[in-house]
Write a protein that binds this ligand. Structure first.
Ligand SMILES: Nc1ncnc2c1ncn2[C@@H]1O[C@H](COP(=O)(O)OP(=O)(O)OP(=O)(O)O)[C@@H](O)[C@H]1O
Length: 341
């Protein structure tokens, strides 16, 4: 599979009255055609900002201060605004956690899908209408002809997310960025939306960049995973390696806090103690060290680099190769194997 998106040493800054903050630093990853890559981490780790930067949606005050985003060998930063807008929507599209904020409340659902088709595929209205109805059917909307005439507020959250997926995929983009696509939905609907995205991906070959804090969603969908902490990638690997042999104590903590399927009493490990540091009070050394049970002097003093722990497995941790971390994580291993994936 060839490379579709290459993010290289991305640094994102925000400017405000209080000064400048760096919210994402040294983030690099590649997504190949048709692949699903998940960015996972707690709230405030920089997942959304990274995906917004790729779409050129950082907003006022936000800039890519260093690094590059290349889409099929085109540096997105070098594209004039008009060409970037053309690329977005036709080759890259995005869905968010709360579809109601992206849908236009005063335009019928059918019209909103038709607009996407007409804008990017330049199809005549009649063709656009037919494509919109077909797409609504494809995303599992019952009675698509009558729903096309309805306004978004009459739909449930799950149905609205299906409509957003229809809008995002109607132009057959090569990349879909899905930012917490199932977080606002209840569990059974979450599973349906995941299944829908997977089956549409199989049919169209669209690559997906999935932003989530939910490791269950990662296990269900992702091929590759990047774990972010305090604006940096701390571990990256294929999904099997990451779940079987996590090397970073933060990844291990995230995995240990997944609830067990058998609900064993007292078996559920607590969430990782402490909080993600604020951008203005980033600790020296490893950013995770104040929460890390294995932290040593070196961790408090010097920042580790992302380095290889296996062929395609990268970890940002001074202790990742030490025996101490190995043996500590081995005792967690058994527990993790019984976790619902
Ligand atoms: N518009 C902005 N101006 C200033 N700082 C921002 C802005 N947007 C995000 N940030 C900061 O960037 C950091 C990363 O935020 P981001 O939303 O990417 O985190 P996240 O991991 O996606 O969390 P969540 O799941 O809560 O969205 C946070 O510290 C946040 O406060």
């Amino acid at each position: 599979m060839g490379e579709l998106l290459k993010v290289d040493q991305l640094q994102i800054k925000f400017r405000s009255e209080q000064g400048e903050t760096v919210s994402v630093e040294d983030v690099s990853f590649t997504i190949r055609h048709g692949e699903t890559m998940a960015i996972v981490g707690e709230s405030g780790c920089g997942k959304s900002v990274t995906s917004l930067a790729i779409m050129g949606l950082l907003g006022a005050g936000g800039t890519i201060a260093k690094g590059s985003v290349r889409f099929q060998d085109t540096n997105l930063a070098s594209l004039p605004e008009r060409q970037l807008r053309k690329l977005k929507g036709s080759q890259m599209s995005m869905i968010f956690q709360e579809p109601m904020t992206s849908l236009n409340p005063v335009m019928t659902i059918g019209r909103q899908i038709e607009e996407a088709v007409r804008l990017h595929l330049k199809s005549p209205r009649k063709t656009a209408r037919r494509l919109a109805i077909d797409m609504l059917r494809k995303v599992g909307i019952p009675r698509p002809e009558s729903i096309a005439k309805a306004y978004p507020h009459v739909l449930s959250g799950g149905m609205r997310q299906r409509v957003m997926i229809a809008i995002a995929l109607i132009c057959q983009p090569k990349l879909l960025i899905a930012d917490e696509p199932t977080t606002a939905l209840d569990v059974t609907i979450q599973a349906q939306i995941i299944e829908l995205m997977k089956s549409l991906q199989e049919e169209t070959g669209t690559a997906i960049l999935l932003v989530t804090h939910d490791l269950g969603v990662v296990a269900a969908m992702a091929d590759q995973v990047a774990v972010m902490y305090a604006g940096q990638i701390v571990e990256a690997a294929d999904v099997y390696t990451l779940f079987r042999s996590p090397r970073h104590p933060y990844t291990q903590g995230l995995l240990n806090s997944i609830p067990r399927l058998d609900g064993g009493k007292g078996q559920r490990a607590p969430a990782i103690p402490g909080q993600v540091p604020s951008l203005r009070e980033m600790p020296a050394g490893c950013r995770f060290h104040p929460r890390c049970p294995y932290a040593k002097d070196r961790c408090r003093e010097r920042q580790p680099r992302l380095s290889f722990a296996g062929e395609e497995h990268q970890v940002r941790c001074w202790l990742a190769e030490s025996e101490e971390l190995e043996s500590a994580s081995a005792s967690d291993d058994q527990r993790r194997k019984s976790v619902a994936l």
